[in-house]
Write a new protein. Structure first.
Length: 175
């Protein structure tokens, strides 16, 4: 809950003060998928937030299922090797939805290939820096508002994708 403090503007001689409550370990966890539709040649952003919980492999499997409900086409998920992306719940979800759902792992230590990483940097270092919420639900509301707004902006989503080193797939010809 401590704000990410960054340099900011202030009236000369009046140092900005960020008030925060101490000794609270509240948190907001976010899972997101930046997806590309070859038929429409557009990007989309799907995300889920948890207050005072975290995404383990059970919740990540549930997130994959929510992606399948929102995106009607075949899905190839490219993700890192985090522990929340492994285990029986993930394997069971992939087996249940195969061939519509396929997983492709990123190489180890390759955040530069993950197109969601620039979104986290934008959110933390640009949008929510110096933001001191009262509690985790208030932080969740701010995160949700920022991600909802950006999910409607094709130009920004393309910039996030191009900020990673993962190439945008070439449009495929449908015969």
């Amino acid at each position: 809950m401590a704000p990410l403090v960054r340099r900011t503007w202030a009236v000369r001689g009046q140092t900005p003060m960020l008030q925060q409550r101490g000794k609270h370990r509240e948190r907001v966890s976010v899972a997101a998928a930046l997806w590309w539709s070859p038929q429409q040649d557009r990007l989309g952003l799907v995300f889920r937030t948890l207050v005072n919980e975290y995404f383990n492999n059970h919740r990540s499997a549930a997130f994959l299922e929510s992606l399948l409900r929102e995106i009607p086409d075949r899905i190839v998920v490219v993700w890192d090797g985090g522990s929340m992306h492994k285990g029986d719940p993930i394997r069971e979800t992939v087996d249940r939805f195969w061939p519509r759902l396929e997983l492709e792992p990123l190489p180890p230590y390759a955040p530069m290939l993950n197109p969601v990483e620039p979104i986290w940097s934008w959110l933390k270092y640009e949008q929510l820096s110096n933001y001191a919420p009262v509690d985790a639900p208030q932080l969740r509301k701010a995160v949700h508002a920022k991600l909802t707004a950006i999910s409607r902006d094709q130009q920004s989503l393309r910039q996030f994708w191009h900020a990673s080193d993962l190439p945008l797939p070439r449009r495929t010809l449908l015969l």
